[in-house]
Write a protein that binds this ligand. Structure first.
Ligand SMILES: C[S@@+](CC[C@H](N)C(=O)[O-])C[C@H]1O[C@@H](n2cnc3c(N)ncnc32)[C@H](O)[C@@H]1O
Length: 498
């Protein structure tokens, strides 16, 4: 493995001394006076150096997997340390952190900048700098929340440290991606664990590290009185509170104050009136499945090849980008939708639309190479996310990926239902009136405010089905005075297509 891959695998990007000093001064200014400071991945020692300087009465322990780094860190600031600094070569994943933290004098400060690598990124380069698989697999609650199996190495390190230090007077202060900080908090809030004060101080990752990322100093203190809010500020102006994130009704919210104000608009256990939010069609092969029309029945595919197809399986397509740019009336792409329901036998296409079947077979190699496991053990050329709702004439749709809350009404194109791709969520309707009424409710001020309070704009997919499903349109209608009891016949209820 080459040097650069090693550097990526071990997240070996050392913290600039100015940033380490800023962090440590912030901790001191907040009143922290640790007896012991632990830097679990100390690298060349930016944090141990800052710590021995700013906390002259503390013992500082540094660890790193890289012996060269440990040598450098051990020599840092040695004139001032007077035996207070000790550095050791250690692989984080092989240390018994519970035992190690148990032996230390309190208060303990765990400080540093763990590697910023993801398990899938490491998989791609054949890296092995990961926790034991079993540890990770035990974290089912977090997986359920995030819906992902990929995880950040830093995330697993922080969870390990906080779990190991649960019974100790411990403050964790680490530079991480903001999404990692949120997931770690969610993990502990789900478990009802001892999370005391928590804060996220954003910093300019491009300026300090030359990388584009939403990054922060994540501060988390153990405490007997559990706190379910986390303060947001900027590391350069830590006293100016920019907001809070919080834990409400089993989910993270980006603005607990606004969320609490609009709680009455949330779905409760009563009858569901908001229809079913669906993700659009997933196919994972745009070169073959997405087409541009050049004449009726004649298309050009993503590889620039001209094809003649029967109309049966080809639908006008809109993507999240089209929705965001308000281009819902101008169809620029078409999609081959091979099934009406998941699992439909695709071989029937051979008889019903022989040219389409021949096209699919000619490009079978591409379609067969789709990596997602959802296509395994399914009929050849399957797509995903289809059902009667896909072919409803009217939809109210939103892009999941863009940083914009705006719901668009999508109607048929030349009497053909328009389908959406999997960058969108939508509700389906038989009537235009119902679609328009629903869009009116969703785009209303109280509904927007509630959604805004639940969305995290720095997430890869800020708008999620979970967030959308939580809004009760009946309550929004009541709030807007459109209906007094939610039972008005004018109340838009999407056709709840299966
Ligand atoms: C982002 S750098 C930060 C270094 C240092 N904390 C700082 O702030 O400058 C991450 C460090 O983690 C170390 N590291 C990566 N994987 C490790 C592991 N499994 N055990 C211990 N250290 C590790 C790397 O060698 C690297 O020095």
């Amino acid at each position: 493995m080459g040097i650069d891959l090693d550097r990526i695998q071990f997240g070996d990007f050392q913290t600039p001394p100015a940033l380490a000093a800023r962090v440590v001064e912030l901790l001191r200014d907040r009143g922290l006076a640790p007896r012991t400071i632990v830097e679990p991945t100390c690298g060349t020692g930016a944090f141990v150096d800052a710590a021995v300087t700013v906390f002259p009465d503390s013992t500082v322990l540094g660890y790193d997997v890289n012996p060269d780094h440990v040598r450098t860190a051990a020599s840092s600031g040695r004139v001032r340390t007077a035996g207070r600094l000790s550095c050791e070569v250690a692989n984080f994943f092989e240390v018994d952190w519970a035992a190690r933290l148990a032996a230390l004098s309190e208060p303990i400060l765990v400080l540093g900048n763990p590697p910023w690598a993801t398990s899938s990124g490491l998989g791609a380069i054949g890296g092995s700098n990961l926790p034991q698989k079993t540890n990770f697999q035990n974290r089912r609650g977090l997986d359920a929340l995030t819906g992902k199996s990929n995880f950040d190495v830093a995330e697993s390190m922080l969870l390990t440290l906080l779990e190991a230090g649960q019974q100790r007077d411990l403050t964790l202060a680490m530079l991480v991606k903001t999404s990692v900080a949120r997931r770690v908090l969610a993990h502990f809030w789900i478990k009802g664990a001892r999370v005391g004060a928590a804060a996220i101080y954003r910093f300019d990752a491009a300026g300090y590290f030359g990388v584009s990322a939403d990054a922060c100093l994540f501060l988390c203190q153990s405490g007997d009185v559990p706190v379910n809010d986390c303060l947001l500020a900027d590391i350069e102006r830590p006293d100016v509170v920019l907001g809070r994130i919080g834990w409400r009704d089993g989910a993270l919210v980006s603005d607990p104050v606004v969320y609490d104000r609009h709680r009455s608009l949330l779905v409760s256990n009563g009858p569901k009136t908001s229809g079913r939010w669906r993700s659009g069609v997933k196919h994972d092969c745009s070169a073959v499945m997405e087409l541009r029309q050049i004449a009726s029945g004649t298309f050009v595919n993503g590889s620039g090849v001209r094809v003649e197809l029967e109309p049966d399986y080809v639908y006008p397509l809109l993507k999240g980008t089209d929705l965001v740019h308000g281009q819902v009336d101008r169809v620029r792409r078409w999609l081959v939708v091979t099934q009406s329901r998941p699992g439909d036998d695709t071989s029937v296409i051979a008889e019903r639309a022989p040219r389409t079947w021949a096209y699919l077979c000619a490009n079978g190699e591409w379609l067969d190479a789709r990596r997602s496991s959802i296509y395994r053990k399914r009929p050849r050329f399957s797509v995903f996310g289809v059902g009667p709702y896909t072919f409803a004439p009217w939809k109210v749709a939103i892009s999941a990926l863009h940083k914009r809350l705006s719901f668009a009404v999508v109607g048929p194109h030349n009497a053909r239902p328009v389908v959406l791709d999997d960058t969108c969520y939508h509700l389906s309707f038989e009537s235009e009136a119902h679609a328009r009424q629903t869009a009116h409710l969703l785009n209303s001020e109280p509904c927007m405010e509630l959604l805004e309070a639940m969305v995290f704009w720095d997430a890869k997919r800020p708008i999620t089905g979970d967030v959308l499903r939580r809004v009760d349109l009946r309550q929004v209608a009541i709030c807007l005075g459109i209906s007094s009891d939610g039972a008005s016949p004018a109340l838009p209820v999407p056709v709840n297509l299966p």
